[in-house]
Design a binder for this molecule. Structure first.
Ligand code: KIV
Length: 268
């Protein structure tokens, strides 16, 4: 396989932010390895996030809390080798942005130095304003994440839609004022996401936040139908790869058992 085919210039952070003013809707997806990231990048997705959702969809944990900074960096290195067009953003895993501004800069710095990431994402709004400001002052672009914050699942008491307009607006304003260049809005009512999107100059990227956001993001495993079990309401499944893989693997096992594979065609 050619590793660096179709090399071109990557979307920059200012270009990504400017898409809002240009009225261009932004598409983002998660990726966790080289092969998938290369496919998404060649499809023309605007942004790729190495999300801490890898804790669940790659590592099999029941929340995003267990994944470590080292593990995120390991996967982001793979993704970084594949991305030549999209903006590459990497999540700050819990609690790498909660240990003070200096530690957050050290942790985000490690992500940027090791992975070809152009920005980090962190869960937080008003409570993380100081950290966002510190990172941005150090030259590290930050995508904020407001609304449902899966890293705070124990505090929130479940994966629930966040409906407190005052808190959400306050978080969004604080993150923008602190210097965030974009913001994920997760699982909030459409009307509140629309208000935030109208008020902010930076783009909002929705997941379960309705159609009025400046862009959308989904977990790639959900979009492709790889996820086992019930999907959240905000997911649209565009393919059923789980069934496709299941039939292919069953056919292979059967052919091996019956001596049908390999034939002369696959032999030397
Ligand atoms: O970790 C993740 O995949 C995310 C997106 C769903 C926004 O934070």
């Amino acid at each position: 396989m050619s590793s660096h085919s179709a090399r071109s210039r990557r979307t920059t952070v200012p270009e990504f932010s400017a898409m809002k003013q240009a009225g261009k809707r932004i598409s983002m997806l998660t990726a966790y390895d080289y092969t998938m990231a290369a496919i998404l990048d060649q499809c023309g997705v605007d942004g790729i996030l190495v999300g801490d959702s890898m804790s669940m969809v790659v590592q099999g944990h029941d929340s995003t809390i267990p994944v470590t900074l080292e593990e995120i960096i390991y996967h982001a290195e793979m993704v970084g080798r594949a991305v030549h067009n999209a903006l590459l953003v990497v999540d700050m895993p819990f609690p790498s942005n909660h240990l003070g501004v200096h530690k957050a800069i050290a942790n985000a710095g490690r992500i940027l130095k090791s992975t070809r990431a152009q920005a980090v994402k962190l869960e937080g709004g008003a409570d993380q304003a100081e950290v966002i400001h510190g990172l941005v002052s150090a030259g590290i672009p930050v995508m904020a994440h407001v609304g449902l914050r899966p890293q705070s699942i124990h505090q929130l008491g479940g994966y629930k839609v966040q409906r407190d307009e005052e808190i959400l607006l306050n978080d969004a304003r604080a993150a923008e004022s602190a210097g965030a260049f974009a913001m994920v809005l997760e699982c909030i009512p459409t009307s509140i996401a629309a208000t935030i999107t109208t008020e902010l100059k930076i783009p909002t990227i929705g997941i379960g936040a309705g159609a009025d956001c400046d862009g959308q993001i989904l977990v790639i495993n959900d979009l492709l139908g790889l996820t086992d079990g019930r999907l959240p309401k905000h997911v649209k499944q565009y393919a059923d790869l789980r069934s496709g893989i299941t039939s292919a693997v069953k056919a292979y096992c059967e052919e091996v058992q019956n001596g049908v594979f390999p034939t002369d065609e696959q032999s030397f």
